[in-house]
Ligand binder design. Structure first.
Ligand SMILES: [Cu+2]
Length: 271
């Protein structure tokens, strides 16, 4: 298992070999990717077919002594093969912008907000709407399947819009769940934001996508997309465990001992 490998991700040809999308905008991104490939393959096939046709039809035949008619200054043709690529690129540019604006837009009011903080080499999750948190410790990859059960967990409710407010305690990290088909940098002193609306329940592996030091590959977490009821129950659980409040950016990145938690827990210190 590495941070770059596709952990537990099965790819299919109908997804263009991307991880299977699990959010509304990931489906848009997947469709844009697949249709771009189809368009590119059609253009490639047309160009190759016309090339082969020319090579076959206009090859030098026995007895040909003179040059064929020369057509290199055919103005209508030159205009055609200038305009067509410009139109193709303009269409790509237009759709790319449209999909990116939808996928990265944060204008919609989210149902739920989670502040995710990257740290060498784990994650803190502050459920700001519910005022509880979970502090992760670095994954210990033993090569056995049980290792995944020890990962810090990020829970979000299905069919609701969750906003992630991303930042970091130490160096640059990047928040990535492959099935979201998008990722965003986590930079100390800055808050980067994106939103997702997951469309199915399940467990997925999230990882750091920015080389951030020796144990970057062990900077993993488990994403749990659950029903609203299970989500609420988990929030109550965190509260019962005493994980109330949110961990501000001033918190030391070392694992927090329960005894020190009260002292370190601060509310509202995130931008
Ligand atoms: Cu990292």
């Amino acid at each position: 298992m590495t941070a770059c490998g596709a952990v537990g991700v099965n790819t299919r040809v109908e997804d263009g070999y991307l991880p299977r999308p699990i959010t509304e905008d990931a489906e848009l991104i997947r469709n844009f990717w697949v249709y771009t490939w189809i368009a590119a393959l059609l253009v490639g096939a047309l160009v190759l077919a016309l090339s082969f046709w020319c090579w076959a039809m206009y090859r030098k035949k026995k007895g040909d002594e003179t040059l064929p008619e020369q057509l290199q200054y055919n103005i209508p043709l030159e205009i055609l093969y200038t305009i067509v690529p410009i139109l193709a690129l303009a269409a790509l540019f237009f759709w790319n912008n449209k999909v990116a604006a939808t996928a990265m837009g944060t204008e919609t009011e989210p149902d739920n907000v989670v502040n995710v903080v990257g740290k060498q080499w784990s994650w803190d999750f502050n459920y700001t709407s519910e005022n509880v948190h979970e502090a992760g410790t670095q994954a210990q990859l033993t090569g056995r399947p049980a290792a995944e059960q020890q990962l810090p967990e990020l829970w979000i409710p299905v069919n609701e819009r969750t906003e992630f407010q991303l930042t970091a305690r130490d160096v640059n990290h990047s928040f990535w769940v492959p099935e979201f088909l998008k990722k965003l940098d986590m930079i100390p002193g800055r808050v980067n934001t994106f939103q997702v609306t997951p469309t199915e329940e399940g467990e997925f592996i999230g990882k750091c996508a920015e080389l951030c030091g020796s144990y970057h590959a062990q900077m993993l977490f488990r994403l749990k997309v659950v029903s609203r009821e299970e989500f609420d129950a988990h929030m109550k659980d965190l509260e019962k465990r005493g994980q109330t409040g949110t961990l501000g950016n001033d918190v030391n990145r070392e694992p927090i001992a329960p005894a020190d938690r009260d002292e370190l827990t601060t509310t509202g210190s995130n931008e």
